[in-house]
Ligand binder design. Structure first.
Ligand SMILES: Nc1ncnc2c1ncn2[C@@H]1O[C@H](COP(=O)(O)OP(=O)(O)OP(=O)(O)O)[C@@H](O)[C@H]1O
Length: 300
């Protein structure tokens, strides 16, 4: 059984088609990245997963439970950290988490609440009123709230947008641990280095359509473009190669290589110009390069 199954999910907002028959699975134990530019449909997909929006057609299952026909079990199986900060300003942090536990019918949940508070660096704030917390602290509470019922599937919708380095580190340490203990994680983020570091599978959405779904390693190997770093011992870079320069620092140049096959020709031009190389290094594209290539339809 997959942790999440999206089966031909279509979503219309009036005439506008936000999701155009999206199908893919997230497997149990995945640390899964859902990427795409603004407006691609990521949040819409997550809202359908959490029961906040209904698909126009198609089906979504979480741990085998259909989000439309078996809502309660589906809802129990997932913890969603929303993009916006939504909270009751009259509760303190612990009360917020106790209230959320009550929503899931969990009465004696204080040990787990204490553990979440400690793991997210919130122990000191347990008795602070929600409205008195900084934005970053409120964000931590949103994460804690999503985890209060120990869901097997955890979905984080841009959890690190605008948060400081310390929270990112605390958050990822904790989420990584939960993943290692068996939780399935789905993450949407515009910080591609974060997705590259954390996730094992990556999906890309564009204008409501799934345009890529791969293991991270496979996806990273797909990118055609490379960066060539050369250090010159003497001479200057031939004028014909100037358009390829990405950055230059003294005698060191980073050049854009459209693909590996272009290397021979490039080195020949350098040799012909009588320039001697001191060092050479070819670098593979990172997830950001692949993302840009995929969005522009140029990936292999
Ligand atoms: N309630 C709504 N009514 C009408 N259109 C909507 C509604 N919610 C979303 N949309 C539209 O659906 C499309 C997908 O939006 P969505 O928020 O799912 O994108 P996203 O990939 O999460 O973007 P972002 O990265 O900016 O969060 C957008 O064009 C958006 O304007």
């Amino acid at each position: 059984m997959s942790a999440i199954e999206f089966n031909q999910v279509v979503k219309h907002y009036g005439q506008f088609q936000a999701l155009k028959s999206v199908s893919f699975n997230v497997e149990e134990g995945d640390f899964f990245a859902l990427l795409g530019p603004n407006g691609a449909g990521k949040t819409t997909l997550i809202s359908i997963l959490g029961g906040l929006a209904h698909a126009t057609s198609g089906a979504v299952r979480i741990m085998g439970h259909d989000v439309a026909t078996d809502y309660r079990n589906a809802r129990r199986a997932v913890g969603i950290v929303p993009q916006e900060l939504v909270f009751d300003p009259f509760f303190n942090v612990r009360e917020t988490l106790q209230f959320q536990s009550g929503y899931f019918g969990l009465k004696k949940n204080d040990d787990w609440i204490d553990e979440i508070l400690a793991s997210l660096g919130l122990t000191d704030k347990a008795h602070s009123n929600m409205r008195a917390l900084s934005g970053g602290m409120k964000r931590r509470v949103m994460v804690a709230q999503a985890l209060v019922h120990k869901p097997p599937v955890i979905v984080l919708d841009e959890p690190t947008a605008g948060v400081d380095v310390e929270l990112r580190q605390t958050l990822w340490q904790f989420i990584r641990r939960l993943n290692q203990q068996g939780s399935t994680i789905v993450l949407t983020t515009h910080y591609l280095e974060e997705a590259e570091e954390l996730c094992n599978r990556i999906a890309m959405l564009k204008q409501g359509q799934l345009i890529a779904l791969e293991d991270k390693a496979t996806l990273l190997n797909k990118g055609k473009s490379r960066t060539l770093r050369i250090k010159l011992l003497d001479g200057t870079l031939p004028a014909s190669l100037q358009p390829l320069v990405i950055t230059q620092a003294g005698q060191q140049y980073d050049l854009k290589l459209s693909d590996v096959a272009a290397l021979d020709d490039l080195l020949a031009q350098i040799k012909q110009a009588g320039v001697t190389l001191r060092d050479i290094e070819v670098n593979k594209p990172d997830l950001e390069d692949i993302f840009v290539e995929t969005m522009h339809g140029t990936a292999a």
